[in-house]
Ligand binder design. Sequence first.
Ligand SMILES: [Zn+2]
Length: 64
Amino acid sequence: MDETVKHHQTCIICEQEKSRGIHLYTKFICLDCERKVISTATSDPNYAFYVKKLKSIHTPPLYS
Ligand SMILES: [Zn+2]
């Protein structure tokens, strides 16, 4: 009875609606993409793509 199974959400990386995944802050990453991010080497060109997507999660801190 996991709510994440019932509600499809749009993954911020593949931009597809998935039912299973994790929440980071207010964003959603599907299980497939989470695994890809974890298994991608930092030297892999794709890694920069994932990092860029993941960074969009964070609102830049405002130092005032
Ligand atoms: Zn995804």
